[in-house]
Write a protein that binds this ligand. Structure first.
Ligand code: PHE
Length: 429
């Protein structure tokens, strides 16, 4: 059962992902609006540029080399802190800054599109510090105080006022205050979530913002420019694809829309965008201007463009993966080096008050690392007499790089069983 849907019903949406720009998009949409967005399918897209075009700019406010991130900056003895060592180990990796990595290839391709259309106009920020305040991540984007994306089930908190950014939109307001008019931000973003082939708690997004000249006040014209720009990007990356727009909802844009493209026989959601809320622009940049903004998920595009079947592969240091991609080349198609067999293990338990599926997945990821491929709920029932609810989860273990031994998997599964009892308070059945 895909999680977002469950959460929607339960009215406690996650602000999901961006292999996922979609989920976040959708969750905002569902949680906050009665306007439901058109149902869509899955992810995709991409392209390239010579490295010297890529200007790494630092914002004054958040500038800080990632190499200076210390464990004690992130994992603190604070009741709100929910950052794990697994997550800490990803900080500062900056996969998007590797020119030969699929994520770096796509970053360059997108930047090149903007350079070609409007040379010198857009400034690229690619090393903004991923630890931000809740003001940056939520308040300055007009995300309501009771919005589900603020929950510590969905977002990684360092302390009450500090989070790992859950989207690159977290930098919009500060860059506006620094008077940047046209910019792109790429970076790693962090969201607590469930586990499957397209979901990982760290992924990469690109944000784009364009402010119009004073004379240009027509919202409809801004929206048309946004649509033209992004359709052009989709075609630049995917060739002559069919595009369609669907209504969406984000607290920080109005109107808000999502772009879908028809790719390999399916309509795929590609990005979320809209006309920036006037209040954000007025209070951070200055009154009397109009702007648009968009956000897209890089992994999702790379998975589609390069035929990459599992999001864990982006973190692989295995040459058999990395050697398949070349800077500037959007035409590579990933070939599996060999298929390793999956191993399924089921675990059943009575859930506790502090049990959530995200907590379960985080615990499993902490023990199994990247050998866990999927965690899915396969059975659920409530015993009315006992007033208790039982869940059975199937955990699929598989490495992308090697065969796993029975012994190794049994050992991991034993540890999972005991840690969920200790940490999540569940009762094994
Ligand atoms: N921040 C949104 C997300 O993560 C994407 C977005 C960016 C939407 C900018 C509109 C404008 O889903």
């Amino acid at each position: 059962m895909r999680h977002a849907a469950v959460r929607c019903q339960a009215a406690q949406l996650s602000h999901a992902r961006a292999t996922r720009p979609p989920s976040l998009l959708r969750s905002y949409a569902r949680a906050l609006s009665s306007v439901s967005s058109v149902s869509t399918t899955t992810p995709r897209f991409a392209w390239v540029l010579p490295q010297h075009h890529t200007v790494a700019c630092r914002s004054l406010a958040t500038s800080r080399p990632a190499s200076t991130i210390a464990r004690s900056d992130i994992i603190r003895d604070n009741p709100k802190n929910n950052v794990t060592d697994t997550i800490f180990s990803k900080l500062g990796t900056n996969l998007h800054q590797r020119p030969e990595h699929p994520l770096g290839i796509i970053k360059s391709a997108i930047f090149e599109y903007f350079e070609q259309s409007d040379p010198g106009k857009f400034k690229l920020f690619e090393d903004l510090y991923p630890v931000v305040t809740t003001a940056q991540n939520f308040d300055e984007l007009l995300i309501p105080s009771d919005h589900v994306s603020r929950s510590d089930n969905d977002t990684y908190y360092v302390d009450e006022n500090t989070v790992l950014r859950c989207h690159t939109s977290a930098h919009q307001a500060e860059l506006l205050r620094e008077k940047h008019e046209n910019f792109l931000v790429i970076g790693d973003v962090y969201r607590r979530d469930t586990i499957d082939a397209t979901h990982y708690p760290v992924f990469h997004q690109m944000e784009g913002v364009k402010i119009f000249d004073e004379g240009e006040q027509d919202v409809e014209a801004v929206r048309e420019d946004l649509k033209r720009t992004l359709e052009g990007l989709a075609k630049h990356l995917f060739g002559d694809v069919e595009c369609r727009w669907v209504d969406a909802y984000f607290p920080f844009t109005d109107p808000s829309i999502e772009l879908e493209i028809f790719f390999n026989g399916e309509w795929l959601e590609v990005l979320g965008c809209g006309v920036m809320q006037q209040k954000i622009l007025d209070s951070n940049f200055g009154e009397g201007r109009k702007a648009w903004a968009f956000g897209l998920g890089i992994e999702r595009l790379a998975m589609i463009l390069f035929d990459i079947p599992d999001i864990r592969l982006f973190w692989s240091e295995d040459e058999r993966f990395l050697k398949q991609f070349k800077a500037g080349d959007l035409s590579s198609k990933f070939k599996s080096f060999s298929k390793f067999p999956p191993c399924n293990k089921d675990v059943s338990f009575w859930i506790s008050d502090q049990f959530t599926e995200n907590n379960l997945c985080e615990t499993i990821r902490g023990i199994a690392g990247d050998i866990v491929e999927e965690v899915k709920l396969i059975d659920e029932f409530t015993n009315p007499k006992k007033g208790k609810t039982s869940h059975c989860y199937r955990i699929v273990y598989r490495s992308m790089e090697r065969s796993l031994t029975d012994e190794e998997i049994n050992d991991v599964q034993d540890r999972v069983r005991s840690v969920i009892v200790d940490d999540l308070g569940v009762e094994l059945r």
